[in-house]
Design a protein around this ligand. Structure first.
Ligand code: 1CP
Length: 367
């Protein structure tokens, strides 16, 4: 094992419900966390971030630790997710990425043609380029005091490729998809290069103290089954396989891996056979049919429509109850089908968490 980080003597884990659910084991209540639980819907987040550059914040382990812990001070979430961003990988490859207030992440010089691949670093030393994330993870794991497990994450190769070519968010991703149809060979080269960095990055996160890993393929939905099967799935599989091998070879503990391919319902069966312990679902999939289609092979995570948080509390509770009945209480991690929005009421988030805990305890008692 490399000697850049020697995290040790982490506090003992007190609430392992999330890890047990990921492994399909018995739980006393269904665990719950929310994508973007550290975010602008929290006044304390807005205050801590005020006037500071987004990626500067990402580079400060102290700031990332504080932002990660904020939601846990308010709500009894069963997991924490390290505050960072998926776009730190394109930065590590040498691309400039800026967070433009009101616009989102922006690449002043996106990749336009295959020749532009030469501008990327061919070899990335993840400890040199992304060591700040590892430091944030180690610090946060200590400061969590064993309250709940800490999740590390990455963007999936296709989603990162899409940002690197589009230069930011996009409704169609037509520039990135153009590469898939016009430059398939260069697309595979880029996807392979991203996969290699992602594998090292995820292993480094576990070495630093991450207790689970989530891979976000946020832009799976703009592909169809054929393109996903060629340009995303093989890389997602390569990531889970290689990370598991590398953890074993390095004497590191095995951690559950979660794959979240947003709007990739067409690939549910394939994703459930891709060596991820957990498949994350967006809200367009019915819980019962997701269970049937994944055949009990994996644990499932998701999938309440985030906009259901705009409903009154009683309605949130009803929606949660139905969702729990659909998924069942075993091998299930409650979450939203995508991240929280900045205009959401923290109280509704509290109502969501409370409803998951209380309804699941009730359902488990009835068993
Ligand atoms: O100033 C701010 O606070 C900006 C808002 C924000 C936040 C809170 C961004 C910009 N990133 C983040 C943090 C973040 N990003 C986390 C933190 C941990 C947590 O969940 O609490 C995570 C996991 C991400 C991952 C991320 N970044 C994804 C994958 C998840 C998803 O939403 O699909 C994506 C696509 C990004 C890119 C990104 N970063 C930020 C924005 C606004 C976007 C989306 C841009 C777009 O496509 O339009």
């Amino acid at each position: 094992m490399n000697n850049h980080i020697i995290p040790k003597d982490f506090p003992e884990l007190k609430n392992d419900t999330f890890l047990r659910a990921a492994a399909g084991e018995e739980v006393e209540h269904v665990p719950v966390w929310c994508m973007r639980q550290a975010g602008r819907y929290l006044p304390e987040f807005r205050e801590a971030r005020a006037g500071k550059d987004f990626f500067e914040t990402c580079r400060s382990p102290e700031a990332c630790c504080e932002l990660t812990l904020q939601p846990l001070r308010r709500f009894p979430f069963d997991a924490a997710i390290i505050f960072s961003d998926i776009l730190v990988i394109p930065q590590a490859l040498g691309m400039d990425v800026q967070m433009v207030p009101g616009k989102g992440p922006t690449f002043p010089e996106p990749l336009k043609e295959p020749e532009d691949l030469q501008t990327l670093r061919s070899k990335v030393d993840v400890h040199a380029e992304l060591g700040y994330v590892f430091k944030a993870i180690t610090l946060t794991r200590h400061r969590l005091e064993g309250k709940v497990p800490l999740i590390g994450f990455t963007g999936a190769p296709w989603t990162l490729m899409a940002y690197m070519i589009e230069g930011g968010g996009s409704p169609t991703h037509s520039k990135a998809k153009r590469w898939l149809y016009r430059h398939p060979e260069a697309s595979h080269r880029l996807l392979k290069q991203l996969t290699d960095v992602i594998v090292e990055y995820l292993v480094g996160q576990v070495a630093a103290g991450a207790q689970a890993l989530q891979v976000f393929d946020s832009h799976a939905g703009c592909l169809g089954p054929v393109e996903f099967g060629e340009f995303s799935l093989p890389y997602l599989r390569d990531i889970s396989k290689r990370v598991k091998e590398r953890l074993k070879d390095s004497g590191l503990e095995k951690v559950p891996m979660i794959v979240f391919a947003k709007d990739g319902h067409y690939a549910l069966e394939d994703l459930s056979q891709s060596h991820y312990e957990v498949v994350g679902l967006d809200w367009t999939i019915d819980p019962q049919s997701a269970r049937l289609r994944t055949d009990g092979k994996v644990s499932l995570q998701g999938n309440m429509d985030p906009c259901a948080l705009y409903a009154p509390k009683e309605r949130i509770s009803e929606i949660v109850k139905k969702m729990l009945e659909g998924f069942g209480t075993r091998g299930y991690i409650a979450n939203l089908g995508h991240g929280l929005y900045p205009d959401m009421d923290p109280e509704s988030v509290g109502a969501f968490v409370e409803a998951v805990h209380s309804h699941s305890r009730q359902l488990l008692k009835l068993k």
